[in-house]
Write a protein that binds this ligand. Structure first.
Ligand code: FAD
Ligand code: EPU
Length: 336
């Protein structure tokens, strides 16, 4: 394991922001991770695929790039199968691996960028499914001691774009392995998200398989989300706000077309993309920083935007949404 000084992070973040790390180490095993942590270089930043971060400055510490690999079938119990996947594995490639084995459960989460190890951090979700629906347990190394601890689903305290690793245990653990419980028969097809149904109808697919669902999700995502290989971005920049029913009722009177979804917390979830579009930001551009023209919730770097410029645009968007709707948008992306 080698520690590199002054490493450019431009190729390590999907926003393609130019910023340097004072020190940078890529680890391939728990042993290498432990050795790196024992050097006690501070501050630390744990990097997966860099698809949910915005770098607003150089990082004056050690960036640890997690490249622990491995995909294994652990056990098979009647209709279910337990698989273990290394934290450094690419999320979408891992999903394709489960599909190649005809294991069901992750198909709605196809094509999400990033690594397996970051997926529990914000309990990734898309098209009616969240990580927590198939998550079994994870192993993580405690930064302070180098000990490996196991976290069950209950331990992780998953919520909408939330987990204990963003709250009480923030920056305390490095996730090393994630276990998923998948189906190997009687798959539970989830086509509750309207757009999936539309794609299946257009192809005249009446009884979709997990492969059909995956293909539909890939088609929808490709049509409205920018490919980070072509336009820098980190997916949704803000979370969809969850507000009390009474506040929503007031907004509905003033803005009758405001869309909404039920929130798991009991209130109402309002699509931030709609709020941003109503404020006139969709498709606008300030230098190389912009608000994507096909999806207003996605901020983009058209070339050489600085992280601070994207952040300024994000704050101006949040201010105007707050002024018009009285709702403060909170970033979903991790700002460094
Ligand atoms: P990084 O960006 O590298 O890190 C994210 C956070 O996790 C950081 O705080 C980091 O320190 C921490 N972290 C990373 N690895 C570890 C580890 N092993 N142990 C402990 N902490 C760690 N997200 C969704 O939920 N749903 C979507 O539909 C979705 N669509 C997207 C579409 C696009 C085009 C893009 C660019 C992003 C999208 N995202 C989506 C966001 C992103 O893909 C996820 O958040 C993903 O899980 C981030 O993985 P990563 O490896 O790139 O994490
Ligand atoms: N909308 C607009 N204008 C826009 C964009 C959206 O009006 O420009 C409204 C529409 O009413 C639309 C609704 O918002 O029906 C929902 O839009 P979409 O289906 O595109 O989903 P989203 O709420 O914008 C969320 C996740 C995505 C995830 C999709 C699909 C969050 C913060 N984002 O986006 O996750 O892929 O649903 O499930 O929850 C990510 O986290 O990075 C991400 C991309």
């Amino acid at each position: 394991m080698q520690i590199i000084e002054n490493q450019s992070l431009k190729l390590y973040n999907t926003f393609a922001i130019s910023a340097n790390a004072r020190y940078f180490a890529e680890i391939h095993s728990e042993a290498e991770l432990k050795e790196t942590l024992q050097q006690n270089t501070q501050p630390l930043f744990l990097l997966g695929g860099g698809s949910n971060i915005l770098l607003t400055q150089d990082f004056d510490g050690l960036v640890i790039k997690n490249s622990i690999l491995g995909k294994e079938i652990i056990e098979s119990i009647s209709e279910h199968v337990l698989v273990r996947i290394g934290a450094g594995e690419n999320w979408h490639q891992a999903v394709l691996w489960t599909l190649a084995h005809d294991f069901g459960g992750l198909e709605n989460l196809s094509l999400i960028p990033g690594t397996i190890g970051a997926s529990p951090i914000q309990n990734i979700g898309a098209y009616g499914v969240e990580l927590k629906d198939t998550f079994h347990k994870l192993e993580a190394m405690e930064i302070a001691t180098g000990d490996i601890h196991t976290f069950t689903k209950a331990d992780c305290q998953f919520g909408y774009r939330e987990s204990i690793f963003k709250k009480a245990l923030k920056d305390k653990y490095v996730i090393t392995q994630v276990y998923f419980q998948l189906t190997q028969a009687n798959h539970k097809i989830n086509i509750s998200y309207g757009a999936i149904q539309d794609v299946l109808n257009s192809k005249n697919i009446k009884n979709p398989t997990i492969h059909d669902v995956s293909n539909a999700v890939i088609a929808i995502r490709s049509s409205k989300l920018p490919d980070p290989a072509k336009i820098g971005n980190a997916g949704s920049f803000f979370k969809n706000p969850e507000i009390p029913q009474a506040q929503f009722d007031g907004l509905k009177q003033k803005f009758p077309t405001i869309p909404s979804f039920p929130s798991e917390k009991g209130g109402v979830k309002v699509p931030a993309g709609w709020l941003i579009e109503q404020c006139g930001w969709k498709g606008t551009r300030r230098g190389d920083a912009g608000c994507y023209d096909k999806q207003a919730l996605v901020l983009v770097n058209y070339g050489n935007a600085k992280g601070a410029e994207i952040w300024q645009l994000a704050m101006d968007i949040a201010d105007s949404v707050e002024e018009k709707f009285g709702i403060r948008l909170l970033p979903e992306v991790n700002v460094i």
